[in-house]
Design a protein around this ligand. Structure first.
Ligand code: NDP
Length: 244
């Protein structure tokens, strides 16, 4: 199945590393004009070195006002990937107010805010569009030490559904991908320990973690017109973990 994004403009958040970086590069390879947003300038510098057509935006999504200012001149966007997130792992009884607020600010509030900015433009231009939120299997399955992360991703799944409901009439589709563990920087944080990793892979029918490309391919499908009638889904990319 060939996917082309020629003539489309895409915005990817959290594009400095991991899944977001790979998504930005894949979109550019498929012909999209890509804007990559993250908070570490050095990551943007190396991304632009790798793919000169990418437009970098450096901002911390936890800052509502700075995000608004940074996106002011970003121009019309047809495809949005809300990928940036943080994972602060700790036992339930140790969760602090700061950790809770930081995670909800980035993983939920910034998704709402960036999507509002982009979707207002899509609505005004009557162009339609496609938005993919990067959620997790953790939105639907309790994981030890993941209290806040699980809660943010559960909130994100419902945000996806309400956005699909309200933006659908403007021909803006909103879906999420819900991956299992991927060995990015974030994945290594929680799952480097072989014993812990084995407990997880033993619960995945395909018997392995996801590769970055597995997630990117599902994101590209949901962004593309190959999924034209798909709206409001939370698509597991988990080798069957959530099915069992
Ligand atoms: P990484 O930690 O590898 O990359 C995350 C990227 O997001 C980094 O470039 C990071 O920048 C950026 N980012 C984080 N916080 C902010 C912020 N406040 N403002 C701007 N940019 C920010 O993560 P992954 O690639 O693994 O994760 C991508 C998505 O996939 C996330 O939504 C995650 O929850 C989800 N996911 C990941 C899984 C995994 O096992 N890896 C499993 C399931 C879902 P910086 O490095 O500068 O902080």
């Amino acid at each position: 199945m060939e996917i082309s994004f020629a003539g489309k403009r895409a915005l990817v958040t959290g594009a400095g590393k991991g899944i977001g970086r790979a998504t930005a590069l894949a979109l550019a390879r498929c012909g999209a004009k890509v804007t990559a947003l993250t908070r570490t300038q050095a990551d943007l510098d190396s991304l632009v070195q790798e793919c000169a057509s990418i437009t970098p935006v450096c901002v911390d999504l936890a800052d509502w006002g700075a995000t608004e200012a940074a996106l002011q001149d970003v121009g019309p966007i047809d495809l949005l990937v809300n990928n940036a997130a943080c994972a602060n792992l700790q036992p339930f009884l140790d969760v602090t107010q700061d950790q809770f607020e930081q995670s909800f600010n980035v993983n939920v509030k910034a998704v709402l805010h960036v999507s509002q900015i982009v979707a207002r433009g899509m609505k005004a231009r009557r162009s339609g569009g496609s938005i993919v939120n990067v959620s997790s299997q953790a939105s639907q399955c309790a994981l030890r030490d993941h209290t806040v992360y699980c809660a943010t991703k559960a909130a994100l799944d419902m945000l996806t559904k309400v956005m699909a409901l309200e933006l659908g009439p403007h021909q803006i589709r909103v879906n999420s991908v819900n991956p299992t563990v991927v060995m990015t920087e974030m994945g290594r944080l929680g799952w480097s320990d072989p014993g812990k990793a084995k407990t997880m892979t033993s619960r995945i029918p395909l018997g392995r973690f996801a590769e970055v490309e597995d997630v990117v391919n599902s994101i590209l499908f949901l962004l593309s017109d190959k999924s034209n009638m798909t709206n409001g889904v939370t698509l597991p990319v988990d080798g069957g973990f959530l099915a069992c």
